[in-house]
Structures are given as structure tokens and as C-alpha cells.
Write a protein that binds this ligand. Structure first.
Ligand code: SAH
Length: 214
């Protein structure tokens, strides 16, 4: 399946819908406009690709709602050449959005099947990231520190090891809370031992789980 004028038209509508919901960051909207989301969906859901909804992607996981992707990406304040660590590769859709914004992306997934699928799929459509199979709670100490860290699953507690992998002046966005819903939390590392935290509304994510899964 390829990208077509029809898909571009649907994407345009999706971007306008997200804009109406309050996302006014043109760089984020441009990235959403470029990524062919229909290629990231399981066959049964392709026709829903440009609905502003989350959908199952196998292994009990979901591709995030485009609005949520846009919201997190805006809070992350990504610039060209930013070194970004993403926790929860999932379908790779968020990874592609970050790459469209010019970031260098390191992404970790704990589900082996998803990791294997995405690391061959994303490069096949021109998106090159560094893929890792592991536990995102641990981060990637040997590749850090990072300008930005984006957690795309709901954490029940602050991932302390990730805090240590943010560069000074860097930003982490992480949904924090219980299993029903999480508060979108933005952390700026202001110094060696100082962090500033702000909260940005409630969302529902699949859980950030400890350890790897076969
Ligand atoms: N960014 C994804 C969202 C996927 S949902 C997308 O755009 O499609 C969240 C993903 O986080 C799931 O694939 C889940 O398996 C993964 N995940 C959960 N806990 C994790 C952990 N500790 N480390 C890495 N990935 C994790």
C-alpha cells in the first residue's frame, strides 16, 4: 500500500481536527501531515487510520491517538538534531513524527514482536531510528544523556533512572498516574540536582511495565 492523494486529503482533515482541539504548533502539525499513518495500522483498521483515535496494533498494545501524539510532541519542544529517547516504540508512529521534526531518535520497546516488526518496517518507508529491545524504565545510559525523553506509556511512578539521563536544560514528558488515567507531566532539568515539574491534563495510556516481555 502506498501513500496517495486521497490519504493526503484525509491527513489534511486530521490535522485541521487536531488544530481545532488546540494544537497550534505548526512544526508538529506539519510532521503529522507528513507521516502516512495508514501504513502503521493493522490491516483490519486501515480505513480508520485518519480518525483521531487510538487503535490496537497487536501484542495488546495500541497506536496512540494523533491528538495525544501531537500534544506530547508539542510539550517536548523538539528541534532539529535534538537527541531524543522514546520509551515505548509501539507501532513506530510517534518515532516517525519525531524523525520528521529532524530529531535523532533512540527508541525502546519491551515487546519483542513489536520491536522486531518496527525495526524492519520503519526503515522500509524511509524512517531511520536506533531501535532497542529492553525495559524503558532503565533508559539507555550508555547512549545518554538526551536532550529530550518521551515516555509513551503510563507510568505509576517517576522513572528515576530516566531523570538522570536528561541533559541539563533538557526536557522529559511522561504520563504519570494510576491505571485509569495519567497526568501528562513535563519535567525540565534545570541543574545537576534540580528539576521543574509542570502538569498538563489527563490522558489514558497503556501501562509502562517493568522488564522485557517475549
Ligand atoms: N509510541 C507508540 C505508542 C505505543 S503504546 C506509538 O506511536 O504507536 C506504548 C508502548 O510502550 C507499547 O508498545 C508497550 O509495549 C510499550 N512499553 C510498555 N512498557 C514499556 C517499557 N518498560 N519499556 C519499553 N516499552 C514499554
Amino acid at each position: 500500500m502506498k501513500d496517495s492523494f486521497r490519504h493526503k486529503g484525509l491527513r489534511n482533515k486530521l490535522v485541521e481536527e487536531i488544530r481545532l482541539k488546540g494544537i497550534d504548533d505548526e512544526r508538529v502539525l506539519q510532521a503529522i501531515m507528513k507521516v502516512p499513518r495508514h501504513l502503521f495500522m493493522d490491516t483490519g483498521f486501515v480505513k480508520f487510520a485518519y480518525k483521531d483515535q487510538a487503535f490496537p496494533i497487536g501484542s495488546g498494545q495500541t497506536i496512540s491517538q494523533p491528538y495525544t501524539v501531537a500534544y506530547q510532541t508539542r510539550l517536548l519542544d523538539v528541534h532539529r538534531h535534538c537527541k531524543v529517547l522514546e520509551i515505548g516504540t509501539g507501532s513506530g508512529y510517534q518515532t516517525a513524527v519525531l524523525l520528521e521534526m529532524g530529531a535523532k531518535v533512540y527508541t525502546i520497546e519491551r515487546q519483542r514482536e513489536l520491536y522486531l516488526k518496527v525495526q524492519s518496517f520503519l526503515p522500509s518507508i524511509g524512517y531511520n531510528a536506533n531501535f532497542f529491545y529492553g525495559d524503558g524504565y532503565e533508559g539507555l545510559e550508555s547512549y545518554g544523556p538526551f536532550d529530550r525523553i518521551l515516555v509513551t506509556a503510563g507510568a505509576t511512578e517517576m522513572p528515576e533512572k530516566l531523570l538522570a539521563q536528561i541533559k541539563t536544560g533538557g526536557i522529559m514528558v511522561v504520563p504519570l498516574g494510576g491505571s485509569d488515567s495519567q497526568v501528562m507531566t513535563r519535567i525540565v532539568r534545570t541543574g545537576d540536582d534540580s528539576f521543574e515539574k509542570t502538569e498538563h491534563g489527563r490522558f489514558v495510556f497503556v501501562p509502562l511495565l517493568k522488564g522485557r516481555s517475549m
